[in-house]
Design a protein around this ligand. Structure first.
Ligand SMILES: *Cc1c(COP(=O)(O)O)cnc(C)c1O
Length: 359
């Protein structure tokens, strides 16, 4: 059945080898592989969990961790919840998550109480915001950071496991030696204030890995959390290919349902498209237009890259994608393959209309 998301297990495994060489061997970091973009697909998680270089498996959704809990534990790995826990999921978090990221005292108190109830010790990483303005205690509020760390350290059933930072997600701020050094300084101050040694100083996601190659990752950073880097083989600060990785471990295939010569400019008064946007059209004269059976519900047209270079993406509505195939020789029923950007990986994996194939 088409459309389908094709997952090449050997290539994905190879990409983990590649990022492990950079993050672990060169960067001295533990390796946390992030599974959320593929909705923590069970087969992929099995491969990740059994990979010897992987130390932690992380996801933003507790459901994704729960469904893979047995696999993660059977392989002796730790599970990590990246999104700050919701009050409504505390019980599940304590049950299935070894380490959660936190920035709110009220949440930490709930975790402590629930962990006591379940007879467990839950590990917490304290998030510090150095300017991207998503999660974390703002770095200028030094007292709040130290006091929160001290309070966690005093909890009976929550262990202060470390500190972390997230960048290049909301604010698109690029990790550098200077902003990452802020959390390293806090780590030292917290260790001094609590007398406890922090296990994890987590220096960000796939946007931080480029610093390893430049020799600019601060010495004290000892963990990186990688999603896109292993899925698509690039860093996300500058989009450069990472040595030892490939960009076609994940592809999408869709089928041509119409193929006709038509103008490249629509005819009539231009209003707004299906998403309320005023479209822009390039006049290419009469072109051979293909419609394929996939749409914005299953991918984002601007992160679909046709493998056949003779094809240009024109755009997409909810269920139809339009291609200029003037230079190619396709017929109705043919399959078109695409490499993907992160947005399309996420949507294709999430869409129930896209089947999955493994090779
Ligand atoms: C999604 C996420 C990651 C992984 O991001 P990539 O850019 O895919 O590597 C890491 N940390 C947090 C907190 C996240 O939410």
């Amino acid at each position: 059945m088409y459309p389908r998301l094709v997952i090449d297990m050997e290539k994905l495994r190879g990409n983990i080898d590649g990022v492990a060489k950079i993050a672990k061997d060169q960067g001295g970091c533990s390796l946390m592989i992030v599974t959320k973009a593929l909705c923590a697909d069970e087969k992929v998680v099995e491969m990740i969990a059994s990979h010897p270089a992987v130390d932690y498996l992380a996801d933003s959704r507790v459901q994704n961790i729960k469904k893979n809990y047995e696999t993660i534990k059977a392989n002796g790995k730790q599970s990590v919840l990246l999104r700050l826990p919701m009050a409504s999921e505390i019980e599940e978090v304590v049950k299935y998550v070894d380490i959660s990221f936190n920035s709110e005292m009220t949440t930490l108190e709930m975790l402590d109480a629930e962990a006591a109830k379940q007879g467990k010790v839950h590990k917490a990483v304290l998030m510090i915001d150095v300017g991207d303005l998503r999660e974390g205690i703002f770095f200028q509020n030094e007292e709040e950071i130290i006091e929160t760390a001290k309070k966690i350290n005093d909890m009976a059933n929550v262990e202060l496991y470390g500190v972390g930072v997230n960048l290049t997600c909301y604010g698109a701020i690029i990790p550098k030696n200077d902003n990452l050094s802020i959390i390293c300084d806090f780590a030292s101050k917290i260790e001094e204030a609590t007398g406890a040694k922090l296990n994890m100083i987590s220096g960000g996601n796939s946007s931080s890995i480029y610093l390893v190659g430049k020799g600019e990752l601060p010495e004290k950073i000892n963990n990186l959390r990688l999603g896109e880097a292993f899925l698509l083989g690039n860093d996300t600060a500058y989009g450069e290919r990472l040595e030892g990785t490939v960009d076609d471990a994940l592809t999408v295939e869709a089928q041509i349902v119409e193929l006709k010569e038509k103008p490249s400019l629509p005819i009539g008064e231009v209003g707004v498209d299906a998403f309320g946007q005023k479209p822009y059209y390039e006049d290419r004269g009469i072109i051979k237009r293909a419609i394929i059976g996939i749409g914005q519900q299953d991918m984002t047209a601007d992160s679909m890259y046709p493998i056949d270079e003779r094809i240009d993406v024109l755009g997409a509505s909810s269920d139809h994608m339009l291609l200029d195939v003037t230079k190619a020789d396709y017929k109705v029923g043919d399959i078109v393959s695409f490499k993907l950007g992160y947005g399309s990986v996420l949507k294709a994996a999430t869409s129930e209309y896209v089947t999955k194939a493994y090779k």
